[in-house]
Write a protein that binds this ligand. Structure first.
Ligand SMILES: NC(=O)c1ccc[n+]([C@@H]2O[C@H](COP(=O)([O-])OP(=O)(O)OC[C@H]3O[C@@H](n4cnc5c(N)ncnc54)[C@H](OP(=O)(O)O)[C@@H]3O)[C@@H](O)[C@H]2O)c1
Length: 247
């Protein structure tokens, strides 16, 4: 069974944004176990290079693309680097994102723009640019990492919440527009995952109470390993065991 699964994803080409982050690194290593070909995008060359070595050691292929998604050129850079390295694209994982910890009355226009530009706009236009290449693949898949905050109002996260709600919003439209062309769009909406980001945004949370990033990576493998079935999971919500159920 495992061999079949491994072969199923082998050589599929994936763009992973935010690859250098807490969740991104774990996703990359999980995809490497299925011998996938990864374009690891982020801003930190050292972290990405180190991650690429780990991916190769595990059994995947990896190239890195240093791209700051606040720059418009980053989108062309990532797509061009992927096509140059691998010649095609099967899967896009929009994982790069930033959170916040700012009271509503203190949010500045600059902070609002910074969060929306990365969490909503950059992923939108990266997906738009990737789309013609994805649609050539019989595996065309977009996975957007949203958050539980897309569904619930969290204090001091008003802009983060609205940016992830907007990400969810355009994901639904994208899915509706292209499902007949065999594009699958999935959204994963986790609660607190134990990474550096959450340590900064939610210092009140204890590490051992939180979702481990491996759960997000396993969820992605599950979605991809069921790509051939007629069942499509649009969104998966994942919450901490000590939080009230449902998003
Ligand atoms: N951790 C959680 O509790 C949690 C819960 C729900 C959803 N999420 C979502 O999961 C995703 C990953 O979060 P994480 O916890 O892994 O966060 P993280 O450790 O802070 O990683 C964030 C990633 O985004 C990248 N990034 C930040 N600004 C960028 C920019 N301007 N251009 C390109 N890349 C940029 C970072 O790259 P650099 O190395 O270059 O900074 C890093 O790879 C985010 O979308 C987040 O909203 C997280």
């Amino acid at each position: 069974m495992n061999t079949l699964r491994n072969n199923y994803l082998k050589d599929k080409v994936v763009i992973l944004t935010g690859a250098s982050g807490g969740i991104g690194q774990v996703i990359a290593k999980a995809l490497a176990t299925r011998n996938m070909r990864l374009m690891l995008a982020g801003r930190n060359p050292d972290k990405l290079q180190q991650l690429a070595e780990s991916v190769k050691a595990i059994g995947g292929e990896a190239e890195i693309c240093i791209a700051n998604l606040y720059n418009k050129e980053a989108i062309d850079l990532i797509i061009d680097a992927t096509l140059e390295a691998f010649g095609c694209l099967d899967i896009l994982i929009n994982n790069a994102g930033i959170a916040q910890n700012t009271a509503f009355e203190d949010v500045t226009v600059e902070e609002y723009d910074r969060i929306f530009t990365l969490n909503t706009k950059a992923s939108y236009f990266l997906t738009q640019k990737a789309l013609p290449h994805l649609l050539k693949s019989d595996f065309a898949t977009v996975i957007n990492i949203a958050s539980v905050v897309a569904h619930k109002g969290y204090v001091q996260q008003s802009v983060y919440s609205s940016s992830k709600s907007a990400l969810l919003g355009w994901s639904k439209s994208l899915a509706a527009e292209y499902y007949k062309k065999n594009l699958r769009v999935h959204v994963i909406s986790p609660g607190g995952v134990y990474t550096e980001m959450v340590a900064l945004a939610r210092p009140d949370l204890m590490p051992d109470e939180m979702i481990q990033p491996e759960i997000i990576a396993d969820t992605i493998l599950f979605l991809l390993e069921h790509r051939h079935t007629n069942a499509v999971i649009d969104e998966i919500g994942i919450h901490r065991a000590n939080k009230e159920p449902f998003l």
